[in-house]
Design a binder for this molecule. Structure first.
Ligand SMILES: [Zn+2]
Length: 224
């Protein structure tokens, strides 16, 4: 299979999160699952849904002409069960990252451990696809930043740093989804807003950032 001319970011399945219809004390949630087809020929999957989604995920990949063996890298933005459930499918991947923790089988790598919040781990050979820490929702959260995409800009696959587009206007959405450090999350949201043209949030479809959204994110960060 030939590699694409630009890095392709493909949302395989947009995530969701909402109150359960029958039990107002319970939530229904599944993550946004994203495929990156790098122009160096590597395929990266970001967030693998729940453990019950194996058949679905394999069929979504087949729609892209891929099998589970064609995935080179697995990144889970954090360790919650709806973001890691199908990691087991990708036994040929050279690296599984769960938050900032990187492994292959029983071998654990020393990645993103410098203590520098801006340290980046390069995933492709061109240096256009990197992982960095974006703590907030959990302290170990990471985002994948993809430059030179088919969309004509930079895409941040941000996990639950952003719950969905509406949480830029209404910050109760991401705060109610749980945050281990709200101040850090505000700062990282604003940094990602400046770095990226488009965001893939943890539980909704991809969205584009407007100037007004960046201003709002910056103002929120300055208040924290
Ligand atoms: Zn989540």
């Amino acid at each position: 299979m030939t590699a694409p001319a630009k890095n392709q970011v493909i949302v395989l399945q947009p995530g969701y999160s909402h109150e359960d219809e029958n039990d107002e004390t319970a939530m229904r949630a599944n993550c946004t699952c994203t495929l990156i087809r790098c122009r160096d020929g590597q395929n990266i999957i970001v967030d693998t849904m729940t453990a019950w989604d194996g058949d679905l995920l394999q069929s979504l990949l087949r729609h892209q002409g891929l099998e589970v063996e064609d995935i080179h890298v697995v990144v889970c933005t954090h360790g919650h069960s709806d973001h890691i459930g199908c990691n087991y499918l990708f036994k040929k991947a050279r690296i599984h990252m769960v938050g900032a923790c990187a492994s292959n089988r029983d071998l654990y790598f020393d990645h993103l451990s410098s203590g520098d919040i801006n340290e980046k781990k390069q995933l492709d050979t061109n240096g256009e696809v990197v992982v960095k820490r974006t703590p907030g929702h959990t302290l170990s959260c990471v985002s994948v930043i993809v430059q030179s995409t088919q969309l004509g800009g930079t895409v941040g696959i941000a996990g639950d740093l952003f719950e969905r587009r509406e949480d830029v206007e209404d910050d109760s959405i991401w705060r109610n989804a749980g945050s281990e450090d709200e101040n850090s999350q505000r700062v990282e949201r604003s940094k990602m807003g400046l770095l990226c043209d488009h965001i893939v949030p943890g539980h909704g479809p991809m969205f584009s950032l407007t100037t007004e959204m960046r201003v709002k994110l910056k103002r929120d960060a300055e208040l924290s």
